[in-house]
Design a protein. Sequence first.
Length: 317
Amino acid sequence: MKSLSASERTAFGLMFHHFSGPTDPGYAKGSLSSEQFLSVLKGIDTDRLASPNVFRESYFDNQGDVCVTFDDNLKSQLSVAIPVLEKLGLKAFFFLYSGAFEDTLPLFELVRYFASSQFDSVERFNSAFINSAIKQSSDISYKELAGQVSEVDYLGEFSFYSQSDRIYRYLRDVILGQELFEARIVSFMKDYGFDQSFAPNILLDRDDIRYLVKSGHEIGFHSHSHPTSLGRLDIDSQRLEYSKSKKILEDIVNRPIWSCSYPNGSYDESSLALMGELDVDIAFRSSPLPSDLKSKPQYEIDRIDHVDMPIYSRSKI
Ligand SMILES: [Zn+2]
């Protein structure tokens, strides 16, 4: 992992997802309380923390600013994290996928809820699903699968993924692919007698989003349906995902949207070209690792997952 030090004034975003508070039980792995959120922010030099508009301007001047970003339309970000930001007088980016405004909870969020409510740990969920999927395919054993993951060091650069997290994601993204994975995970949830009606209302609605904009926060797009590996899709499919998302969000907030984050940090050269086509000023990835693409750096801005922050917070950065 790329190391950060006080002398290295690289601009980047802090990436947050789930929070937990009195009205938000915080079911997802790594969800933060308001105290933990504040301590992550306190690990950053105050003069580096920048609100979205300032970050957009200063990014091009190499000021080394740090912005706060939230992905995935979660209500707990509004109820738990926003009061903390208000005390600090800081605004943030909210990267939203527009498919969340449809009637049903998107599958990836439903799976996250299922995993945490039906299993003692993420590890147990991972291995139960891996074993069930292997049984149905029967052309690969657990041992072979684990061997392949080690051989290619799949997601080995992300210290917060356990071995079973990496095998689960390899199976989902590389072996099965989106369509087959969705069929398998839906039938797996059915085996547990679990369906959509069990999930609580955890997503921001249109009024929440208008409230965020009125309060000075910035809305960016994050695709329409939040595919697991958007960067593997052809350019036309990517264009549809991003342009639809941008249009739906602009209709809600009634102003141009100029920022984006790639879902699951998955993007390629086509995604970068689309950012220009869609008049995006800055776009964020999901890691601080070096990129292989020859790109415009404003479309590959680093982000650090809060899960990785404690290793940096021994001294302020
Ligand atoms: Zn996301």
